[in-house]
Each structure stands twice: as structure tokens, then as C-alpha cells.
Write a protein that binds this ligand. Structure first.
Ligand code: MN
Ligand code: MN
Length: 292
């Protein structure tokens, strides 16, 4: 398994993430401001003595992932919106990744589809099963309710200050996949969609991540890298580097291979996507969900 202090860090991060996600979801209503919701949730994480493993992802309707508020964002929630909140908390680098969907319309069945998919996937986790079998449980729960699982988004392994690593946990029943072992830590995140079941990149870019430590040539680029140094390579928001030259610096740093950018990922226009996510540690007979 893993040592006790590592497990305690995962569990503590999970407890904080679960509580703040619950409270944050309860604060979402038509007319509320995206920016206020995002800043309030993010500041509760740091106020709890934890770190943000990534900016709060706030993605609406056909947008599945990777949107967040920008500086001066004037968007507000509307009646009918399907709101995904995806929160990452870490304690000393040990990450809890968890998400939920708030329905501001009448989409209870869509929300139930990703919720039940996640519950059935978790119930399937134990040493010896394959990632493909977990994906099959997700696919069944979503398709039997009349929706499509998003096939090109997946769950993922976690490690200290590492947000994406093997194993990959598919949202569909692929043949085989990684064999699950005791001590693995990963997030499962089913998405249910009324659209095509595939996401593609939009032009909107709000979330970035450092991927190289090689020297930066421009002063504005160096200034961005200085501001994100304490991220330990974890993702950050454009909103967190709010100086005038930062936008140009960010695209330059992507071009030079210093940063990776996460564009907003969306299913087809007019579709609706729901998401639920938990982080878990695989035990001898099953798993412990850290983010309940
Ligand atoms: Mn997540
Ligand atoms: Mn995740």
C-alpha cells in the first residue's frame, strides 16, 4: 500500500475538497457571477491551509472542461444552465480531484447519468480489474439513460504534484486497459452528453501549465514564470497572472515549449454535458474514496 503520512495527506486533501465543492455548489444560482463563485471557492481552499491543484474549472452547458473565470469576467449564471464545478486541492502535493454538476434547469436525468456512472465505476474498483471494465460500467449507466459518455475525456492517475499520469480510466468499455493494483491513486470522471459524445478544443484559453524549466528569453515571459514558480508544475489560470503583457507572454511561452495550454473542451453547440468525479486509493479489497 502507501505509507500512512502519504495516505493522510490524500485523505485530508479529499476532505477539504469535498466540503468546499459541496458548499460552492450550493452557492450557484441564476444571476450569480462566475468570477465571484470562482474566487470564493478558490479562496476557501487556501483559507483551509491547502493548495489549489489547478484553477477551479467552471464549465457550462456544452463546455465539458477547462473553462474558468477570467480577470474582470462579467458572465452570470442563467436559468437552464448545466454547471460543472471541478475542484483540485492538494496537501503537500497530494491531490484530491473532484467534480459535480449543478442543474439550473430541468436536466435531472442527465445529471443522474454521470452521478450513477461514477458510483457504479467506484463499485467496480478493486485489484485485478482492468480500466476497460471500469469504463464499461460508466458507458452502461450513461447509455441506458439515453445519453452518450464523452469518449475522449478520461480519468487519470495522480501522484505528488502530478495531475495526469497512468492509469488512464476510460469513460467507455475498451478492451483491456491497465490492470488495477493496490496502492494506485486515480480519479474517475464520467461525462454524460446529449451531443456527440466527443469534445473538441474551442479558441478560449484560460488554463496553462509549466512543462519545461529551460531558460526564458523575454522579460515578460520571465515575469510570468516567476509568478508561477511556486506551482511545482501544477496548472494555473490566466487570471492569476493579470498583467497587461501576460496574454502575449503566455502564447509566446506555449510556442517556445515552456507552457502547455488547456483550451476549453466542448461537445457540439447546443448540447449539454454533465460530469461527476472522485479521487480514490485502491486497497486490498476495493478502494477508499478520498473526496466523499
Ligand atoms: Mn477534475
Ligand atoms: Mn480529473
Amino acid at each position: 500500500m502507501m505509507d500512512d503520512s502519504t495516505f493522510d495527506n490524500y485523505r485530508q486533501a479529499g476532505e477539504i475538497a469535498a466540503k468546499i465543492l459541496r458548499e460552492g455548489a450550493a452557492g450557484i444560482r441564476a444571476g450569480a457571477s462566475y468570477l465571484e463563485v470562482v474566487e470564493s471557492i478558490e479562496s476557501r481552499v487556501t483559507g483551509a491551509g491547502a493548495g489549489l491543484a489547478f484553477p477551479l474549472n467552471l464549465s457550462l452547458n456544452e463546455d465539458a472542461a477547462h473553462d474558468t473565470a477570467s480577470t474582470g469576467d462579467d458572465r452570470i449564471f442563467s436559468h437552464g444552465d448545466v454547471v460543472k464545478l471541478d475542484l483540485g486541492v492538494h496537501i503537500d502535493g497530494y491531490i484530491a480531484d473532484t467534480a459535480t454538476t449543478v442543474d439550473l434547469g430541468s436536466h435531472a436525468n442527465l445529471v443522474e447519468a454521470s452521478f450513477q456512472a461514477l458510483e457504479h465505476a467506484i463499485a467496480a474498483v478493486r485489484p485485478g480489474v482492468t480500466a476497460g471494465e471500469i469504463g464499461a460500467a460508466i458507458q452502461y449507466e450513461i447509455e441506458s439513460r439515453g445519453y452518450r459518455p464523452v469518449s475522449n475525456l478520461t480519468g487519470h492517475g495522480l501522484d505528488r504534484y502530478v495531475i495526469h499520469r497512468p492509469p488512464t480510466i476510460p469513460n467507455i468499455g475498451i478492451a483491456g486497459g491497465v490492470k488495477i493494483e493496490e496502492g494506485m491513486v486515480f480519479a474517475i470522471e464520467p461525462f454524460a452528453s446529449t451531443g456527440s459524445g466527443r469534445v473538441s478544443e474551442k479558441s478560449r484559453k484560460e488554463i496553462y501549465q509549466q512543462i519545461s524549466t529551460k531558460p526564458v528569453r523575454t522579460p515578460s515571459g520571465r515575469s510570468v514564470m516567476e509568478r508561477i514558480r511556486d506551482r511545482h508544475g501544477l496548472p494555473f489560470a490566466r487570471r492569476w497572472v493579470p498583467d497587461k503583457k501576460a496574454d502575449i507572454a503566455l502564447s509566446g511561452l506555449v510556442r517556445t515549449g515552456h507552457l502547455h495550454v488547456y483550451p476549453v473542451l466542448a461537445d457540439i453547440p447546443g448540447s449539454l454535458v454533465s460530469q461527476h468525479e472522485h479521487t480514490l486509493v485502491v486497497t486490498e479489497n476495493g478502494c477508499v474514496v478520498t473526496t466523499r
